[in-house]
Design a protein around this ligand. Structure first.
Ligand code: PLP
Length: 400
């Protein structure tokens, strides 16, 4: 085995995959582990989408496709942007990848030069900083505390920008906090960005359709068309259509950036799966009613989990606007002791106590850049979530 290059030492394995692996290992030892860690809907992919995949296979759509995506899927994506976001893109401004993650990876790999800075508001999805490191850049974390709704403030953005800033990454609704930006909030950020032409914006909109309440979804390309020449809008079918395993995501940006990303992709995956792409066409152009049904289920679960956790002494939730996670503060538990005498000093300690004492797997906020919080996924049945909250209450009661 050759020595690993330094850039690989800087990154960590995905904490959610590690947590799921640990839960499986403990189950293998006979323990009744309840894992509330999954970042994927627990619903099945709708039947009409599965049918489209079967038809694609039967009709011979089993070969390499155009590297940047099939013409049919690019047309469906352009139609989605037109109808849902009022955005207009031509096929050469669209790329399809093996999930939104590959699109993000492509973009950062193509554009980040050694030492470039990428602004990553915290809490953040775990992969952003690690992809920036892999690309040779430097993630610059900007704390967005719960007291400010976990959202980046224009003044904080202004302060974080330097001559080396290459990208700002936005993610709304956010994983893990669920915070979603209002139109006016994005406008205020856009005002700052207008003063700094070297900064591009990557907006990760994969939770667009999992947004509760009356607030309309807003994406920065809609809000600030004058920044269009430096915005990459990323989205995908994983979350809204319960299609995580199909690995289809997409991005829309100026043609020059897309061309570079396609070039890179031609030497990595050669493009997304032909069958997955046919299924994604059905997802984007077929009936959409189940999205609202699933959203209502996620919302009920969110309300139940937030109420149950808020009732526990020392745990506080910020009501998520969207996505399917609850990101709760455990900071008031710091300094307390477990029955075995261990002092809880961090979210990692709290998560360890939940697993050791109650067989409950959740994720430590430190993985998302916020060491005072922990994340529960609501992509689990109501019964599992109720049981999870009971276990958390019992774990809390053991602390003294
Ligand atoms: N972006 C965010 C914020 C996510 O939470 C995830 C998955 O957890 C992804 C991107 C990856 O999506 P995909 O399955 O399309 O690669």
């Amino acid at each position: 085995m050759p020595d690993l290059p330094a850039r690989l030492h800087r990154i960590r394995p995905s904490p959610s995959s590690m947590a799921s692996q640990r839960a499986r290992a403990l189950r293998g030892q006979g323990r009744d582990v309840l894992a509330l860690t999954a970042g994927e809907p627990d619903f099945d992919t709708p039947q009409h989408i599965q049918e489209a995949a079967r038809r694609a296979m039967a009709s011979g759509q089993t070969r390499y496709t155009d590297v940047g995506g099939t013409p049919e899927l690019k047309e469906a994506i352009a139609g989605k942007f037109r109808a849902e976001n009022g955005l207009h893109f031509s096929p050469d401004e669209i790329i399809v990848g093996a999930g939104a993650k590959q699109v993000i990876f492509n973009a950062l790999m193509c554009t980040v030069r050694a030492g470039d800075e990428v602004i990553v508001p915290a809490p953040y999805w775990v992969s952003y900083p690690d992809i920036v490191w892999l690309a040779g850049g430097m993630p610059v974390h900007v704390d967005c505390p719960a007291s400010l709704g976990f959202k980046l403030q224009p003044e904080a953005l202004e302060q974080a920008i330097t001559a080396r800033t290459r990208w700002l990454i936005l993610n709304s609704p956010n994983n893990p906090s669920g915070a979603a930006y209002l139109f006016a909030e994005l406008q205020a950020l856009a005002e700052v960005l207008k003063r700094h032409p070297q900064v591009w914006v990557m907006t990760d909109d994969v939770y667009e359709h999992i947004l509760y309440g009356d607030m309309p979804f807003a994406s920065i390309a809609q809000v600030a068309p004058e920044l269009r020449e430096r915005i990459l809008t990323v989205n995908g079918v994983s979350k809204a259509y319960a299609m995580t395993g199909w690995r289809i995501g997409y991005g829309a940006a100026p043609a020059q950036l897309i061309e570079a990303m396609v070039k890179l992709q031609s030497h990595s995956t050669s493009g997304a799966s032909s069958i997955g792409q046919a299924a994604a066409v059905a997802a984007l152009t077929g009936r959409q009613d189940f999205i609202a049904t699933n959203r209502a289920v996620f919302r009920q679960r969110r309300d139940m989990v937030v109420a149950a956790l808020d009732a526990i002494d020392g745990i506080h939730c910020h009501l998520p606007d969207g996505a399917f996670y609850v990101f709760a503060s455990c900071a008031d538990l710091f300094g307390l002791r477990t029955p075995t005498g261990r002092v809880i000093r961090s979210s990692d300690d709290w998560i360890g106590h939940l697993l050791d004492s109650q067989d409950l797997a959740a994720l430590q906020g430190s993985a998302y850049g916020v060491g005072t919080h922990f994340r529960l996924s609501c992509a689990s049945s109501g019964e599992h979530l109720r049981e999870g909250c009971r276990r958390i209450a019992r774990a809390r009661a053991q602390l003294g």
